[in-house]
Design a protein around this ligand. Sequence first.
Ligand code: GAR
Length: 208
Amino acid sequence: MLKIVVCVSGGGTNLQAIMDAIDSGKITNTQIIAVISNNPGVKALERAEKYGVPGICMSPKSYPDRAAFNEAFTQKMVELAPDLVVLAGFLVKIPEQMVAKFSGRIVNIHPALIPSFCGVGYYGLKVHEKALERGVKVTGATVHFVNEGMDEGPIIAQKPVMVEDGDTPEILQRRVMEQAEWIILPQAIDDVANGRLEIVDGHVRKKA
Ligand code: GAR
């Protein structure tokens, strides 16, 4: 059984997609052992409570500085000891010490086709604002392993989504969630849980 901790910052629709996929059997061999939010009072924590998993709030604002937060956050993750950390709309940079301790065991969902519209400053709605500003006709979502860089780890899965005339950032965000994020993130977790992924020469391959 793959024990996962899901990290969230806001609405938690990706968290919901994971919980629903576990309930419907689309994700197997997987148990959510905790949800961590960096923001208090968010809908994602309500979803965790309703689902019956512990919701933990760890805000960087409650610590004297970022180094202290990074240390406490990493320590909490070590205590929870998940097999996989899932960043499902988590808008805080993962501390280097956590990446080192959980190497190859952290996955992130990003709402664009990496390497487009990613890196510092590209998160949440901003990603879709930038995509519309640039006038792209296709965008999408990416699930990837997390390394020390920002949105730079090995790519697990991507799914394209068409941009349509008249899209606003909000409309595009919703379409990318519905047509890509809520599908490829649960699939990637199921692939990890069932040992279907391997990394060859720095690239993720699905085992035959
Ligand atoms: C999602 O679109 C997710 O891809 C994005 O934040 C949103 C969270 O929504 N993540 C990033 O931008 C990470 N760089 P949710 O809380 O409803 O799942």
